[in-house]
Write a protein that binds this ligand. Structure first.
Ligand SMILES: Nc1nc2c(ncn2[C@@H]2O[C@H](COP(=O)(O)OP(=O)(O)OP(=O)(O)O)[C@@H](O)[C@H]2O)c(=O)[nH]1
Ligand SMILES: [Mg+2]
Length: 200
């Protein structure tokens, strides 16, 4: 897909503040600091649209971006960062689950994992949850540039043993893998039908 316009639409915590579900949405979810916001920026060819940081917990709201007036990217707060205060973590869970569970516009979830690590328990919990709720999803193994080619192959094999063929290697630094991620988005959008009068 050729990205002509990409704009920040709004931030929200609760369904009442989501934009109307008029366009299909691609949600980016994964552990804190895994590279969700960087993936969004590199797919769109923008630098600072989604805010990134070395410090985990940068994205604390659900951020909606609109692309070409055609689809939206939704940057979700990361999970699993132990040093985030308990009170904050308790806010995040309903925020993320509320969106994933009820959002009618959600066409595809991209579960972002770290290519350097084997399957992580929290990511596997998220996968089980996506399967249980019948959400369509792909797994993007990012930071692939940090591995040698042979290490990457070993890691991908381990990830595919758990997540299946839907694992796509990626690097936000080099954009290697962008075509395959865009293709999974294109296929999901092609299958998506606009929800009829729904609330969220
Ligand atoms: N080398 C390399 N670094 C990356 C890549 N993706 C992300 N990073 C770095 O990883 C750090 C975290 O990236 P973010 O995109 O902010 O991560 P996030 O998942 O949005 O984090 P939270 O919003 O805190 O949950 C930043 O320092 C990025 O520059 C990648 O593909 N390659
Ligand atoms: Mg982020």
């Amino acid at each position: 897909m050729k990205v002509v316009t990409a704009t920040f639409l709004k931030s929200a915590t609760a369904a009442a503040h989501y934009p109307p579900p008029a366009l299909p949405e691609v949600a980016f979810l994964g552990r804190s600091n895994v590279g969700k916001s960087s993936l969004i920026n590199s797919l769109l060819g923008t630098r600072g649209l989604a805010r990134t940081s070395n410090a985990p917990g940068r994205t604390q709201l659900i951020n909606f971006f609109e692309i070409n007036g055609e689809l939206r990217f939704v940057d979700l707060p990361g999970y699993g960062y132990a040093r985030v205060p308990q009170a904050m973590r308790e806010q995040w869970r309903p925020m993320i689950e509320g969106y994933l569970h009820r959002r009618s516009a959600l066409a595809l979830c991209l579960l972002i994992v770290d290519a350097r690590l084997g399957p992580q328990p929290l990511d596997q919990t998220m996968q089980a949850w996506l399967l249980a709720t019948s959400r369509r999803f792909s797994v993007v193994a990012t930071k692939a540039d940090k591995l040698s080619r042979s290490h990457l192959m070993t890691r991908l094999k381990a990830l595919r043993a758990v997540y299946g063929d839907r694992v796509l290697p990626y690097s936000s630094l080099t954009r290697a893998g962008a075509d395959a991620v865009w293709e999974s988005i294109r296929l999901a959008l092609a299958d998506w039908t606009a929800p009829r009068a729904r609330l969220t």
